[in-house]
Design a protein around this ligand. Structure first.
Ligand code: TYD
Length: 207
């Protein structure tokens, strides 16, 4: 039986997820709240090896279905090795990206369809649905200018702005479909965004 809480963070490239995860970790540390932070793709030794294949800029000929299945494969290993044991131990698990990234990136932006992606991720979705998904809501046009361009060695970051606009459109669809996803506005300072996230977690009884 799952006892801990499972929170996932989502957003477009440059949405400030890493900064927000750092600020949230600091807040939890200062209050002695126990938690783990993990990430996808990756988060366990085998899943990190799959991550290197997926993101390698040399693998530009990887087909969309292969990409989608590699994300799903890494996810199952990560769930087994890292997420499930922590949840069973009653911990708060905070994950940087999860199944919604596959739905937005592979389902919507790559055009494989939300149903197809949901079907290859059905074990993850059925056994480990997040209790809450925090979506950092900033359109890619703004996020990219904050990030000062893409990393040319990263296969996903090399996709053009149109791709990332489709990712954002995918997230907006998911937002209206799944009540577990909450949008956090990121228009203010990073401290204001962090306070919005902490208030959201408190209002949901997560912390
Ligand atoms: P990462 O460097 O962790 O990016 P970010 O800091 O933006 O989270 O790389 C993860 C990349 O993989 C990112 O471009 C999003 C993409 N991704 C998918 O396309 N599908 C997925 O299921 C996941 C988990 C990530």
């Amino acid at each position: 039986m799952v006892k801990g809480k499972f929170i996932t963070f989502e957003g477009c490239e440059g949405s400030g997820k890493s900064t927000q995860l750092r600020l949230l970790s600091k807040y939890l540390d200062e209050r002695g709240i126990s938690y783990i932070v993990t990430r996808e793709p990756g988060g366990s030794p085998i899943a990190e090896q799959i991550r290197r294949i997926i993101l390698d800029g040399k693998n530009m000929e990887m087909c969309d279905e292969c990409e989608a299945h590699l994300y799903a494969a890494a996810r199952m290993q990560h769930l087994k090795d890292t997420v499930a044991p922590a949840l069973e131990a009653g911990k708060l698990v905070i994950c940087d990206r999860y199944v919604d990234s596959s739905l937005a990136y592979q389902g919507e932006a790559r055009g494989l369809g939300l149903e197809y992606i949901a079907s290859i991720n059905c074990s993850a979705l059925e056994k480990y649905p997040p209790d809450l998904t925090v979506f950092l809501n900033i359109p890619p046009d703004k996020a990219f200018s904050r990030k000062h361009g893409a990393d040319e060695n990263d296969r996903m970051e090399r996709q053009g702005l149109d791709f990332h606009r489709r990712v954002y459109g995918g997230y907006l669809k998911l937002l209206s479909k799944y009540p577990r996803i909450c949008a956090v506005e990121c228009g203010g300072t990073k401290e204001q965004t962090s306070a919005n996230i902490i208030n959201l977690l408190k209002s949901r009884g997560i912390i």
